[in-house]
Ligand binder design. Structure first.
Ligand code: GLN
Length: 539
């Protein structure tokens, strides 16, 4: 097993996660089995309880781990199979150390950052190496070198490298090389300083990834090579990609990143076959058709809040030779101005997951608009609950239908808290999480899209479709197309009378990959394309 650690310097948001993922893509395409993981220095146990403003999307794994959104990039860019082992936070490290202390495992010693916290981190690296099979583990260290809270992780990986012996561990440092307009020059000083900061800790990077807006000319590379103490071939330009994040593996390959990594780690591998990846990028960047899809949410101004949904739409778009223009719509604005102002002219409306009642009336109005105007509708998690509420109110005449999440004493709680959730006292990690099986009803759109009767999808919710209203809603035309194996939980619904009105209680966006788009997103984009054409066909 070889180990690659990716650190970041100068500023955050350098795209370190994407760079690590792209390296994963390239190594995989060279025939290596890649494992990816992330260390996050914050003290939360996981990001599950964090607000999207703090942290962006919470990415859910098969085993129900609520993780950093970079794990989404890892799963989209590689085939690495991730579990809760692959995202370690300082919170988890300290929790484990303190549990051991209470259990008397340290035999009366003073418990300290070095060695107890650092040993805990090293033990996790070892656990991943022992439990997962692979040739290379790429570990991204969250945060920026120089952050106080990141120090134990850096010290742990330094020790780990020392103990693993030469040739087994590679340190890649991602930094910023800013372009100063007034001087018309790229500046290397921040990079030099962040490398110096790393050296203080005892880590000398082997490869330097330079995020830059401008080409890295030879003189700049020479300077970074000299001061960074690495051969010039190990100074890698990471220029902003123009059109799509999926171009990054191609760019990094042009820069020979995978060559130098394999050379340094003595991994004898052939050149990667990038044909399929190139083909995918081509379809993302130069598609024939285009559709406009509205995403009605609460955190639409945040690029990262619905990351996996945007990516899944991109994948489905590429599969249909279609550019998906995502129109981000604020549910509260729709609530105020009415749906027609914002939704008129869209070819699809998607309501993503969410929590709390802010903006829900705007979402309910959007679902109604989609249902009544025949615009394809795709509801995910909260988006399914919204569709059920809307149907109950406006088709079944249950005027005050809502979810007990929004009104505890609801007159018609068509969405209510799951039985097992009622006992739950703690907030973190206690939702219905991870992979669960759903059985699909034959002769439904759901079945038609999946082409199978049993599916497994990832979940993250506390509330569910209330069975007490099942008969009434079904009698009015709502079809429950997916149900849990014991038959008690509605997992998918649809309206057969509508061109595409489909919603699911789970999160399909977590299972979409570039060349294997998710069937539901694929079906939704196809339906949106049809909707696009409908007026032409009519005229
Ligand atoms: N808030 C809803 C629930 O807990 C929906 C959750 C979600 O959309 N992820 O059931």
């Amino acid at each position: 097993m070889k180990y690659i650690f990716v650190t970041g310097g100068v500023v955050s948001s350098l795209g370190k996660g994407l760079a690590a993922s792209s390296l994963g893509t390239l190594l995989e395409l060279r025939g290596l089995k890649v494992i990816m993981q992330k260390f996050d220095p914050y003290l939360n146990i996981d990001p599950g309880t964090m607000n999207p403003y703090e942290h962006g999307e919470v990415y859910v794994l098969d085993d129900g781990a609520e993780t950093d959104l970079d794990l989404g990039h890892y799963e989209r860019f590689t085939h690495t199979n991730l579990s809760k082992l692959n995202n370690l936070t300082s919170g988890q490290v300290y929790q484990s150390v303190l549990d051991k202390e209470r259990a008397g495992k340290y035999q009366g010693r003073t418990v300290q950052v070095i060695p107890h916290v650092t040993n805990e981190i090293k033990a996790r690296i070892q656990a991943v190496a022992d439990k997962m099979t692979g040739d290379v583990i790429i570990t991204e260290i969250g945060g920026t070198v120089g952050d106080i809270e990141g120090l134990p992780f850096l010290e742990a990986i330094r020790q780990f490298a020392h103990e693993s012996g030469p040739g087994n561990v590679l340190f890649i440092h991602a930094t910023l090389v800013p372009y100063i307009k007034a001087a018309q020059e790229l500046k290397t000083k921040p990079t030099q300083q962040s490398i110096a900061k790393l050296r203080e800790i005892g880590i000398a990077p082997h490869i330097i990834l330079c995020r830059t807006e401008q080409p890295l000319e030879l003189d700049v590379r020479e300077k970074i090579s000299l001061f960074g103490n690495v051969p010039i071939e190990d100074v890698i330009e990471v220029r902003d990609v123009k059109n799509s994040i999926y171009e990054l593996p191609l760019k990094l390959h042009e820069e020979r990143l995978d060559d130098v990594v394999c050379k340094q780690l003595k991994l004898e591998t052939p050149q990667p076959d990038l044909t399929k990846w190139r083909h995918f990028v081509q379809r993302v960047v130069h598609p024939t058709h285009h559709v406009r899809i509205g995403v009605v949410g609460k955190y639409i101004e945040l690029q990262d809040a619905y990351k996996s949904i945007y990516e899944a739409l991109t994948h489905a778009g590429a599969a249909n030779d279609t550019k998906v223009d995502i129109v981000r719509l604020d549910a509260e604005a729709i609530e105020k101005a009415g749906p027609d102002t914002y939704l008129n002219g869209l070819q699809g409306i998607l309501i993503p997951g969410g929590f709390g009642d802010r903006g829900t009336e705007g979402k309910i109005a959007s679902a109604r608009y989609a249902r009544e105007s025949g615009i394809p509708y795709f509801g995910i998690c909260l988006g399914m609950q919204i569709a059920v509420i809307e149907f109950a109110r406006n088709i079944c005449g249950l005027k005050n239908a809502t979810s007990t999440e929004f009104d505890k004493s609801a007159e018609h709680p068509v969405i209510s808290m799951m039985e097992e959730q009622k006992k739950v006292k703690q907030l973190g990690g206690t939702m219905r999480l991870g992979t669960w099986v759903t059985d699909l009803k034959p002769d439904t759109k759901a079945y038609e899209m999946y082409q199978t009767s049993t599916i497994t999808e990832r979940h993250r919710h506390r509330y569910e479709f209330n069975e007490d209203y099942k008969d009434q809603l079904e009698a009015s035309g709502l079809v429950i197309s997916g149900i849990s194996p014991k038959g008690e939980l509605a997992e998918m619904i649809e309206l057969p009378s509508h061109p595409f009105y489909v919603a699911c209680q789970f999160h399909p966006e977590f299972l979409s990959k570039p060349n294997t788009p998710h069937p539901l997103f694929n079906g939704f984009v196809k339906a949106a394309l049809q909707h696009h054409r409908a007026p032409e066909l009519l005229s």
